[in-house]
Design a protein around this ligand. Structure first.
Ligand code: NDP
Ligand code: GDP
Length: 338
């Protein structure tokens, strides 16, 4: 019998890491995940995978823990998905963001180079690298103009990945992914704030989860957001992790943009989300300065033509379906938790 391929995922407890682990398990991989050591290991996104994936403790701050895992398991593929991944938090945590989201990539690449140099490496790059670019549609050739500490760290991560590819002949790819969401998205992101807010309001939840400023997400039937005019190219995370794997199956490593090439506003998201439960968004949504950002990125769409041509990848579900499945999942989650 052929030995199963081994994949190592940093950030396995996150949205993408957990979906990718499920996807790779279905493909017959042995999956190893890096988890940050904490005093309690309650990890909602991977609780159903415990026993099916190997968990190793480590941190992107700590080169030795990453290298030891790679040396032990000799993975065929390494997916670096761990990051301080919240752009909004990167203004208040610029140095930490640089340590994890930028230098953490070099630590992981160095660990691969030292312990399993022929492993294929995927870097979780972001559309934030384009930042304030003038382009309304961005592709792999669009210049990087990151304009927040997270985006700047992602530029570093992307370019160091390319540098290792060119300097050491490593198989290293950067997936420049536009925003992608799901019921596993963190509550600090606007889509999940809205879907959870809708569910709390619809079900009349008395003690809602806390928002990013530590206040109840919903107060007196109101959900407070920031800039309702902000626009994003939003896709479905479950589809995006497939693109990561496809990139590592190619003969030659290169970088790809993954996106839907559509653009919607936060207001559009609210309209569909509240409408799905027969409520009107205007009755429940407020906008407050404290959730607005010092700079916004340009409202740009992603051109995924290269991924479509070379990987055979394209987005499948619509924006409306995405919003509705997120709202439905939060309604279900809250209903079953009593
Ligand atoms: P999540 O925020 O859901 O997951 C981030 C993961 O990183 C978590 O598993 C987290 O662990 C882990 N992590 C954070 N800090 C450290 C650390 N110091 N050491 C080890 N692990 C750490 O992000 P997503 O799944 O949404 O995104 C995956 C990657 O893709 C990230 O790099 C993100 O920046 C990037 N990306 C995401 C996009 C999106 O729209 N989702 C778009 C473009 C890029 P813990 O559970 O302990 O917090
Ligand atoms: P990001 O693109 O990775 O920063 O994803 P977010 O979901 O955090 O933000 C997407 C857009 O929504 C940004 O332009 C925000 O300014 C806007 N936005 C509006 N209100 C909110 C809010 O309450 N929280 C967050 N996180 N973003 C908001």
């Amino acid at each position: 019998m052929r030995k199963p391929k081994v994949a190592f995922i940093t950030g396995i407890t996150g949205q993408d890491g957990s979906y990718l682990a499920e996807f790779l398990l279905k493909k017959g991989y042995k999956v190893v995940g890096l988890v940050r050591r904490t005093t309690s290991i309650r990890r909602a996104n991977i609780s159903h995978l415990l026993g099916k994936v190997a968990i190793e403790f480590g941190d992107l701050l700590d080169f030795h823990t990453i290298e030891a895992v790679i040396r032990k398991y000799q993975p065929d593929e390494v997916y670096n998905l761990a990051a301080q991944s919240v752009p909004a938090d990167s203004w208040s945590h610029p140095i930490y963001t640089g340590e994890i989201t930028a230098l953490g990539v070099t630590r992981t690449l160095e660990a691969v180079r030292s312990a399993k140099p022929d492993a294929k490496f995927y870097q979780g790059s972001s559309r934030e690298v384009f930042g304030g670019a003038k382009h309304r549609v961005c592709n792999e050739e669009t210049p990087f103009l990151a304009n927040n500490p997270y985006g700047v760290a992602k530029v570093y991560g992307h370019l160091i990945t390319r540098t290792y590819r060119e300097s050491y002949d490593m198989f290293a790819c950067g997936g420049i992914l536009f925003n992608h969401e799901s019921p596993r998205r963190g509550l600090h992101f606007v889509t999940r704030k809205i879907s959870m807010g809708v569910a709390c309001i619809k079900l009349g939840i008395k003690s809602p989860p806390l928002n990013e400023t530590g206040e109840p997400l919903v107060k007196e039937g109101k959900l407070t957001l920031g800039n309702l005019d902000a626009k994003r190219d939003w896709g479905y995370a479950k589809e995006y992790v497939e693109a990561m794997w496809l990139m590592l199956q190619k003969k030659q490593p290169t970088d790809y943009v993954i996106a839907t090439n559509t653009l919607y506003s936060v207001r559009d998201f609210c309209k569909i989300a509240f409408g799905h439960v027969n409520l009107h968004w205007k009755d429940h949504v407020e906008s407050h300065e404290k959730f607005k950002r010092p700079t916004e990125i340009t409202a740009s769409r992603g051109d995924y033509a290269k991924a479509k041509k070379e990987l055979g990848w394209k987005p499948r579900i619509s924006f409306k379906e995405l919003v509705e499945l997120m709202v439905a999942a939060d309604l279900k989650r809250l209903s079953s938790s009593g």
